[in-house]
Ligand binder design. Structure first.
Ligand code: AMP
Length: 595
């Protein structure tokens, strides 16, 4: 009873959750002991612990590391050396994280039993939601999931995103839960041509529109991409439904076969209904019209995904709750949201103590005091155990896994908001290191997000909505300055009219951002003069869609795609954005700074 058994469903899963969260310290200690016992002979652990399995020795001898420290081991295993460099279990695959190192995706080791751990977390989600939204087993879920083509290491191990690995596993394919009745046939999820996959998932979603009880995707950005695809392709989709025939542009044999099962006969009545909804000039509330029984939209809208909330609310006319269910990463699955209907701003994830061993680097009481850089040594005795974090404090999470990560910094900054039994609950703050910096100023992703949130309010009276943003630093001019790329949707005037007639509006937005950036930034701007006036470049509609395509072509996955908040290191992304600028504005004066 120490968290090792992983097969639970329904009520039993909830009971296990209660048990685990009531014994966090015991479960964590048992997990660490088990990892050390199993992996003590690995080359990595032996180097620091010389075969010991002592927990105190682990804490004082094993360093806290980032990817660069484990990369040589990963590379050796991917070139054919034995898994025992890192883990006593065979490494069965590498999971490609959305984080990059030297332009390449980071590869995380994974062992066969990790799938059981991930499935344990998935099996908790519906019992949790069912407590708040009963009856979901009486209908379907339109979840838009995407697999990505996998690669293979020189030694023949698959290298793929964690979700692709899951969708290909028997754990996913053989799911039997009544809650797992998806509109998307598995073959359409597994199709690696993203256009065909999207088309063939939306089609059955529309065919079953009266049976769909929930909508979703992994991240909010992927769900909005689907709506955007529907806006561009509904005529074709309706045509298929009307004729009972699949468009010939769909050539993937798996997709064709799967769709022929559901597209059995012409249905002009359904096609007319969908067409009447999609033809409307405004798509405000379109989700509730197309899927009238839908009770919520499930997608991650925390962290940098929070900026999509207004757009999602627009498409549901504010009528569908946005549900964030889980917090996970390629390194290790982490936690669940026990209050799924809460406001997105209040989402907190309860970390499950049986998924790995978790430690926390304290970052002071203010998340912007990021104490440790990537290459900086973290004092080993500073780390706090899962059960001992304190409410209100900010931490960077560090994981130790069975698959061979030891005190590894994922890079996420979390804030403790409360406890469920003895398990802490965390607000996702941001990913460390996504910063703009010109002089002494250091702007985190959260700082950027906060300041953009302030500034975009100024657009509201003009019925304009900021739908996407990213940033970079311009350093070829002296002093350098921050550039924000903004994509705006206008509901009354055209974008051209807005940018040509309302210069002051955008200048005020520049100012609002600068005023909300931190003290050091404003000092650099006003006193040191080491940072120049902030610039907003408004880009043409659809630019961020192209940016997503570009990032996916460069090796990213649709499921895991998150708009980069800073594109300094991606020259082709910079070129793309710069080629689509339709207007540019600068802060007209210095921000406030009082010494
Ligand atoms: P990946 O390495 O591509 O699997 O991405 C994992 C990362 O996505 C995490 O380390 C977080 O930075 C982010 N992430 C995952 N789940 C959430 C969530 N629920 N809220 C905010 N960010 C998340």
């Amino acid at each position: 009873m120490d968290g090792k058994r992983l097969e639970y469903k329904g009520e039993e899963a909830l009971k296990e959750l209660e048990r685990l969260t009531s014994k966090v310290d015991e479960v964590q200690e048992s997990i660490l002991k088990d990892i050390l016992k199993r992996n003590k002979e690995t080359v990595y652990l032996k180097k620091f612990m010389v075969g010991s399995t002592n927990v105190s020795a682990f804490k004082c001898l094993v360093p806290v590391v980032t990817y660069s420290s484990i990369h040589p081991y990963i590379q050796r295993i991917s070139n054919g050396e034995d898994s025992s460099l890192l883990s006593s279990h065979p490494i069965t695959e590498f999971l490609c994280s959305s984080g990059t190192s030297g332009g390449e995706p980071k590869l995380m080791p994974s062992i066969a039993e990790d799938l059981d751990r991930r499935t344990f977390l998935y099996n908790l989600i519906m019992p949790i939601i069912n407590q708040y939204v009963p009856g979901l087993d009486g209908g379907k879920a339109m979840y838009l999931y995407f697999a990505k083509a996998e690669q293979s290491t020189p030694s023949g191990l698959p290298a793929r995103p964690v979700l692709t690995s899951y969708y290909k596993s028997k754990h996913f394919k053989c799911r039997s839960d009544p809650f797992n009745d998806f509109t998307s046939p598995d073959q359409t999820i597994l199709c690696t041509d993203s256009r065909q996959s999207m088309y063939c998932q939306l089609l059955p979603g529309l065919l079953h529109r009266h049976r769909v009880l929930r909508l979703g995707a992994i991240f909010a950005s992927a769900f909005l991409r689907a709506i955007n695809f529907l806006e561009r392709n509904w005529v074709q989709l309706c045509n298929d439904i009307r004729l009972g025939q699949l468009d010939p542009s769909i050539t993937d044999p798996g997709c064709r076969l799967a769709i022929l099962d559901v597209l059995t006969s012409p249905n002009p009545v359904l096609a007319d209904q969908i067409e009447a909804i999609c033809r409307r000039k405004s798509w405000k509330g379109v989700l509730c019209q197309l899927w009238p029984r839908a009770k919520y939209v499930e997608a991650v809208v925390t962290g940098s995904m929070a900026q999509y909330i207004p757009t999602l609310d627009f498409y549901s006319a504010g009528k569908l709750p946005l549900v964030c269910t889980m917090y996970a990463s390629s390194e290790c699955y982490l936690g669940v949201n026990l209050n799924p209907l809460c406001d997105p701003a209040d989402v907190a994830y309860t970390i499950l103590p049986n998924l790995g061993y978790f430690e926390f680097i304290p970052l002071g009481n203010n998340g912007s005091l990021f104490a440790y850089k990537d290459d900086e040594e973290v004092e080993r005795d500073k780390l706090v155990n899962l059960a001992h974090v304190r409410i209100g404090c900010y931490y960077e999470i560090v994981v130790t896994t069975f698959a061979g990560l030891y005190r590894y910094r994922i890079g996420d900054v979390l804030q403790v908001t409360g406890f469920h039994n003895k398990a802490p609950q965390f607000r996702f703050v941001c990913r460390r290191n996504v910063v703009l910096s010109i002089d002494n100023d250091k702007t985190s992703e959260e700082d950027l997000h906060k300041s953009v949130t302030m500034a975009k309010k100024l657009l509201e009276p003009y019925e304009a909505l900021l739908v996407e943003y990213t940033s970079c630093t311009a350093t070829s001019t002296i002093p350098g300055h921050y550039i924000m790329f903004w994509e705006i949707v206008t509901h009354t005037s055209s974008l051209n009219e807005l940018t040509q007639l309302e210069t002051h509006l955008f200048e005020d937005c520049c100012m609002a951002i600068e005023e909300s950036l931190d003290y050091v930034y404003r000092r650099c701007r006003t006193f040191d003069r080491s940072v120049g006036p902030l610039e907003i470049r408004v880009v043409e509609p659809g630019t961020f869609e192209l940016l997503m395509d570009l990032c996916i072509n460069q090796g990213g996955s649709i499921n895991q795609y998150k708009t980069p908040r800073c594109i300094n290191s991606n020259t082709s992304a910079l070129d793309l954005l710069n080629s689509r600028v339709c207007a540019s504005f600068f802060s007209p004066r210095d921000p406030t700074w009082i010494p």
